[in-house]
Design a protein around this ligand. Structure first.
Ligand SMILES: [Zn+2]
Length: 298
């Protein structure tokens, strides 16, 4: 079951993995081509770096310039060209959730998109959410994990120092107990609330948002008719699409069914609008620094 799912994922979803699969199937031919390429590379190097200066030889000065050897006909793969689409970051708080988080990751995979999940420490393991496995699933699909809080009951603009540090350190511990040595760079305060001093002294980057889906207001309730559910989803979608722009950080919550339903539509629309959906770290890039609050990448 798992293998079937994975191969379906590889062939239908992720172009990079598709190439990897293809390359595995044609290994003998590839090895020969690779050996040929290596010889050529050594020759180019032995010429003292004059390959590009000669004007008619390829420049192998950086790894990204190396050709990809598929069927031997292409020189530079489409995948190695820089993605110049405008970027937005989708962020999901309050998980990980054993069902919703996985569904959202699967939906992101359809477009080769990635998101950032700010997790609640005591939801990684040990609660009804049982989100530990889903968190690992998200990481392994290339998504990013940041800290939200451990209990989700403590606000960082009014708690004691001891409570504040405990919320962060216990969450980091919960993440790393599930995924050893995971590099944590980001923190989103619960409710977006944190004192300036704590934000300035924080060893993580403090990530807020500029686009609020307000999805938590529109979660399905027992007894909602199909029409009411559709209205709720449309409202979440509209909240995002009416204000998204290049560099936006979008706030959502990966624990509600209505959020998942809205995410399906939002991702499709963002794709049609030409956006690349990336993690917060990818969006902010070199601008990212600890002890700094970010609302967007613009
Ligand atoms: Zn929250």
């Amino acid at each position: 079951m798992k293998a079937v799912h994975k191969s379906a994922f590889i062939s239908s979803v992720c172009p990079k993995r598709r190439t990897m699969l293809h390359s595995h199937l044609t290994r003998p031919k590839k090895l020969r081509l690779f050996a040929l390429a290596l010889s050529f590379l050594l020759l180019a190097t032995s010429l003292g770096g004059c390959a590009s200066a000669s004007g008619n030889r390829p420049d192998f000065s950086s790894e990204s310039d190396l050709p990809v050897f598929g069927d031997g006909t292409e020189s530079i793969s489409e995948e190695d060209k820089p993605d110049e689409r405008p970027m937005v970051a989708m962020t999901f708080d309050d998980g990980p959730h054993n069902v919703r988080t996985k569904q959202i990751v699967d939906e992101l995979n359809k477009y080769g998109y990635h998101a950032t999940f700010f997790v609640v420490g005591n939801r990684v393991d040990g609660t009804a959410y049982s989100g530990g496995e889903a968190m690992v699933y998200a990481i392994e699909a290339g998504n990013e994990i940041g800290i939200h809080g451990y209990t989700h009951e403590i606000y960082y603009d009014e708690c004691t120092d001891r409570e504040y540090h405990q919320e962060l350190s216990l969450t980091a511990q919960a993440i790393r107990e599930r995924y050893h040595a995971y590099p944590i760079n980001l923190m989103r305060p619960v409710g977006g609330k944190i004192t300036k001093d704590r934000a300035n002294e924080c060893s993580y980057s403090v990530i807020k948002w500029d686009v609020d889906s307000e999805d938590w207001k529109y979660k399905y309730q027992a007894g909602d008719s199909d029409e009411v559910c559709a209205d709720k989803v449309n409202t979440i979608v509209e909240n995002v699409l009416s204000s998204v722009r290049e560099g936006s950080i979008i706030l959502m919550h990966d624990i509600y069914e209505s959020t998942y339903d809205a995410t399906v539509i939002i991702l499709k629309r963002l794709n049609e609008m030409g956006y690349n959906v990336v993690t917060v770290s990818e969006l902010l890039g070199d601008d990212l620094a600890p002890g700094t609050i970010y609302h967007s990448g613009y």
